[in-house]
Design a protein around this ligand. Structure first.
Ligand SMILES: [Zn+2]
Length: 499
């Protein structure tokens, strides 16, 4: 007897691109990984696989590759993913549906719409009638091409993101319904708006209200699924916008809900831009005046590797140097050249160092640090304190800690998980004992740092993920586009269904 159990193909290609980071993300940046197959928690593909199995279907797992955020992807990586995935689809035997986990804001050196390109190729491979459902980041730039080739697009409904597993589960469930004959319709409305990522969360404020209203629509059964794609702002491309995607049983219901939510997105455009940014010298003053025994946190999000920046600007270090005698502070910079020098100088010795602008020399400038003591040298392993990914080990390459007066300078070959308490602590710098701690992160640090800090100050600093959008050298954005120019309601796109 023929096996009638349905089979769903699952694959992943994840990378978030930043147009202003000049360093291409090549093969060496990507890791190929097997799903962990965790239950009720874990990554997007884990949620996809669990949903497929719980519904009595068989997951057929294809290539899953991911890189941390960074500059645009070397297109050879994209070609290789597409080629291997096409081959796996051919060799997979009978397939009833396809699930893809992708970021949704991926650029390459030849394409502004890598996710659209990948979906086009997958569609070519599987034909018009097979269901293709995808899961993305809330910060995706959902394009018309993505809408044309995917039946369903779901994104995170949380920021900071904590629903990786759930978004995979939602995308899989829509595909499973479709396979069972319950086809839904997906509508799209684009609003010409972007906002800096420090300006909003889905937990409080204007965006949170919008999310709660959309969730109520799902609970009341008016729609099946929604995503407010708050596009990440470090994309300098022509087709861009914050997109509302709504999935419902009926096309008109999907379109009406998408228009309704898009109107609210338009209405809150100012509120989600974020509070005033501090100058670095204002934050230093806050730290000098601080009479609690907790540190002031300087958020150098412009240079956050999570947002695709290089982590190599020394602007905060430069501002802290004159206060090195009176302010116990910690600052970190990615600079492989300075690290090599520290290793050759050796622990306990002093030397002059040029630090900064090692990876993106066009975005910031190096700083001369005179007579710095090499305090300690490390292999770069550290264990995450959490709560996110608590206990996981990260490696940031060879790392050195330099000391000038009371200023501790953490220099490493790579930067990741900079917002974890152990990023400093495991290298001998105790953040709770500092008066000022500088972090190259956007929001992920809050869970660890909020309980131990006196004050958190978002600072205006240079970098590829600059939170002051007006300071970035955009060349390709459409016009008008908020906040660069004022927009009116009639600039919200008409609702569209593509499939
Ligand atoms: Zn995101």
């Amino acid at each position: 007897m023929e096996n009638t159990q349905k089979r769903i193909f699952v694959c992943e290609m994840l990378q978030e691109s930043n147009s202003f980071n000049p360093v291409l993300s090549g093969f060496e940046e990507f890791e190929i990984r097997k799903p962990m197959r965790l239950k009720k928690a874990g990554a997007t593909i884990d949620g996809m696989i669990a949903c497929v199995q719980e519904n009595g279907m068989i997951p057929v797992v294809g290539l899953c590759m991911r890189a941390k955020s960074g500059g645009p992807v070397d297109h050879a990586v994209v070609d290789s993913f597409v080629e291997k995935t096409a081959k796996e689809l051919k060799n997979a035997g009978r397939i009833d549906g396809v699930l893809v986990s992708m970021h949704g804001a991926t650029l390459s050196d030849v394409s502004d719409d890598v996710c659209g390109d990948i979906l086009e190729k997958i569609r070519e491979e599987v034909g018009e009638n097979m269901v293709v459902s995808i899961a993305c980041d809330l910060h995706a730039n959902v394009t018309e091409k993505m809408m044309r080739y995917a039946d369903y697009i779901c994104g995170y409904q949380t920021y900071p993101h904590v629903d990786h597993y759930q978004v995979g589960y939602r995308a899989a469930m829509l595909a499973i319904r479709h396979i069972r004959g319950d086809r839904a319709k997906m509508a799209y409305v684009s609003v010409p708006i972007m906002a800096s990522a420090h300006g909003y969360t889905t937990g409080t404020g204007a965006l949170s209200n919008l999310m709660r209203r959309a969730e109520a629509m799902v609970e009341e059964g008016k729609i099946l699924d929604f995503t407010v794609f708050q596009v990440q702002p470090w994309l300098d491309i022509k087709e861009i916008g914050s997109v509302i995607v709504v999935i419902a049983c009926d096309e008109n219901a999907a379109k009406a809900a998408a228009c309704d939510l898009a109107m609210e997105e338009f209405d809150i455009r100012r509120e989600i831009q974020g509070e005033k940014l501090y100058s670095v010298s204002e934050v230093i003053k806050e730290a000098l005046d601080n009479d609690t025994d907790k540190p002031v946190i300087l958020v150098d999000s412009a240079d956050s590797p999570n947002a695709g920046a290089t982590g190599d600007n020394a602007a905060v270090l430069e501002a802290l140097l004159p206060y090195s005698d009176k302010l116990h502070a910690a600052v970190s910079i990615t600079d492989p050249i300075a690290v090599e020098k520290a290793f050759s100088v050796g622990v306990g010795n002093k030397c002059d160092f040029m630090i900064g602008a090692a990876l993106a020399p066009g975005l910031s400038r190096p700083v001369c640090v005179k007579n710095a003591l090499v305090k300690s040298l490390h292999d770069g392993d550290f264990t995450l304190y959490g709560p996110a990914e608590r206990g996981c080990v990260r490696n940031i390459g060879k790392t050195a800690v330099l000391k000038v007066g009371q200023l501790m300078i953490h220099i490493s070959c790579l930067t990741q998980n900079n917002g974890d308490l152990n990023f400093y602590r495991n290298f001998g710098i105790e953040p709770t004992l500092c008066r000022l701690v500088s972090l190259k992160v956007c929001t992920s640090f809050r869970a660890g740092y909020e309980p131990i800090s006196a004050k958190i100050c978002n600072a205006s600093t240079p970098g590829a993920a600059c939170p002051d959008l007006m300071a970035l050298p955009y060349k390709n954005l459409p016009t008008p586009f908020f906040p660069f120019s004022e927009i009116s309601e009639d600039m919200i796109s008409e609702p569209k269904c593509f499939r």
